[in-house]
Each structure stands twice: as structure tokens, then as C-alpha cells.
Design a protein around this ligand. Structure first.
Ligand SMILES: Nc1ncnc2c1ncn2[C@@H]1O[C@H](COP(=O)(O)OP(=O)(O)OP(=O)(O)O)[C@@H](O)[C@H]1O
Length: 254
């Protein structure tokens, strides 16, 4: 809860493409061990915020701290190195189709570590087992289901033992059962690895199943209009937009 140490501190963040401001003055904390949801309507800037957090787009104004580190003030090389602590799962899973699952997961280990081939093979098997894909090391992405692809992407995102896992719309394109399995896996990994998890999603079932903290971005006002525990916001938020989003219009807006 509020007493936990912040893993990420976002302060006065303004995000823009050229002169076009997308969101301004975002200020919130993501605590260690949170499953933190970035939510809001279409086009409000969720993916843009994620890009700022993972080092792909610099702030127009404001700062992002990871612990004591002022991320966007690091020299570019240091920032690149710092980014190895992040595991990112993109919407598509982003696996190389010409490589087996094992080869996909080995890739970051070959690039960023000095481990031997045998050590890498062991780690790959461990990561595949963690996501419930033991025995699938020699399969190609085209030979497995959408849910399995996401899990393989997750195994790859975890290859370098990240402190923070980022997910962009993890349930996109999944049926409800696969989506729920992925949610269960995210919870399990957070608990067993003690990772901090940041998720862009508008799947209500996921938001309530896994999220304990969130920020709600509004495209109209171009700023955050709520933050905190999504269940609490659903039940107690004074803001009709937030309540309507979190009840999917089932509740009348007063
Ligand atoms: N590379 C870009 N250049 C200029 N404008 C962009 C760029 N990427 C996104 N935008 C604009 O920024 C705004 C926010 O986009 P973003 O993709 O972050 O929203 P989102 O909340 O993730 O949307 P969705 O839920 O529809 O995926 C949109 O108006 C979009 O058109």
C-alpha cells in the first residue's frame, strides 16, 4: 500500500509529439510489487506513456525516476544499459517467426551475457517452464496458439531477469480463457519473482483481477483524472468518467 517504497516516480510529466501535447503534468508513483494499470479511453496516450517509461520516447517536460535514478537525465549509453532491467511484452508477442521458441528466448541472453551455450540452454528451459511451455522449445511461433505465443513472448521478456515487466495490451486478440490464464501467470510471476508489473489494458476483467494500482488518463482534459486501486475507484470515484469506464456504462452517470 502507500507505505511501500516507490519503484517508479513520475513527476510533472508532459508528453508531446512535436508541438502536439498528448498529456500534461502526470504525477504518480508505481510501488515495488505493484501490478500497475495504465488505463483510459482510446487515444488518450496509454501507449505513449509506456514508451516514456521504457526509454523509447523522452518527456517534453518532467521526470521519471527509477529508485534514485533520474532515467531521462542519464547519458544515452547508461540509459541503454539501465533498460536491460526492463522486460517488455509487446501486443503481438513480437517473436521472430523464423526462429524456434528456444532460439527466440536465447537471443537476449546471447546478446547481453557471457553465458555458455549450455548455460543459455538451461536458462531457456527454465523460462519456458516458468510460463508453462516446457516441452515446446523446438516449436516455431506459427505452430502454437495465440495465448502460447504471448507466454513465449513473456518468457523472452524475462530472459534477463528484469526488475520491472511492462505489458502492452497483453490480452489483445486472446479469447477470455487464454486471457485469464495470462492474468493468472502475471500474478504468479509477480508473487514468485517479486517483480513490479506495469500493464496497458482496457480489459475490465484483467484490470480487476490483477491490478492493485493505476493511473487513469483522460483525452479530453489531456491529463490524469484518477489514480489508485481500480476497485476503489470503481466503487468510490467522484468522477463520472472514471466510474463509467470502470463499470462499462452499467452505472448511470449522475
Ligand atoms: N508517432 C506518433 N506521432 C504523432 N502522433 C502520435 C504518434 N503516436 C501516437 N500519436 C497520437 O498520440 C495520441 C495518443 O496515442 P496512444 O497510442 O498513446 O494512445 P492510446 O491511449 O494507447 O490509444 P489506444 O487505446 O487506441 O491504443 C493519439 O492521438 C495518437 O494519434
Amino acid at each position: 500500500m502507500a507505505t511501500t517504497e516507490a519503484a517508479i516516480e513520475v513527476r510533472d510529466l508532459t508528453m508531446a509529439y512535436g508541438s502536439r501535447v498528448i498529456q500534461r503534468e502526470l504525477t504518480f508513483n508505481i510501488n515495488r510489487g505493484d501490478i500497475f494499470i495504465i488505463m483510459g479511453g482510446s487515444g488518450c496516450g496509454k501507449s505513449t506513456l509506456l514508451r516514456h517509461l521504457i526509454g523509447l520516447q523522452p518527456p517534453a517536460k518532467g521526470s521519471i525516476h527509477f529508485g534514485e535514478t533520474d532515467f531521462w537525465n542519464l547519458p544515452p549509453d547508461d540509459r541503454q544499459r539501465f533498460m536491460r532491467r526492463f522486460g517488455v511484452l509487446y501486443q503481438s508477442g513480437a517473436l521472430w517467426s523464423s526462429m524456434t521458441l528456444a532460439e527466440n528466448i536465447a537471443l537476449p541472453l546471447e546478446e547481453y551475457t557471457d553465458l555458455s551455450k549450455a548455460e543459455i540452454a538451461d536458462l531457456v528451459d527454465l523460462k519456458l517452464a516458468l510460463v508453462g511451455l516446457a516441452g515446446f522449445r523446438d516449436y516455431y511461433p506459427s505452430e502454437i496458439s495465440g495465448g502460447m505465443k504471448k507466454r513465449a513472448g513473456l518468457a523472452r521478456a524475462m530472459a534477463l531477469d528484469p526488475d520491472i515487466l511492462f505489458f502492452d495490451e497483453p490480452s489483445a486478440g486472446l479469447d477470455p480463457i487464454s486471457s485469464q490464464l495470462l492474468d493468472d501467470l502475471i500474478l504468479e510471476l509477480r508473487d514468485s519473482l517479486g517483480a513490479t508489473v506495469v500493464v496497458v489494458t482496457h480489459e475490465l476483467a484483467s484490470i480487476f483481477a490483477i491490478g492493485n494500482n493505476c493511473v487513469f488518463l483522460d483525452a479530453g482534459t489531456k491529463t490524469m483524472i484518477a489514480s489508485g486501486d481500480p476497485k476503489k475507484l470503481r466503487d468510490e470515484s467522484e468522477d463520472p468518467l472514471v466510474r463509467r469506464f470502470l463499470t462499462r456504462g452499467k452505472e448511470e452517470v449522475k
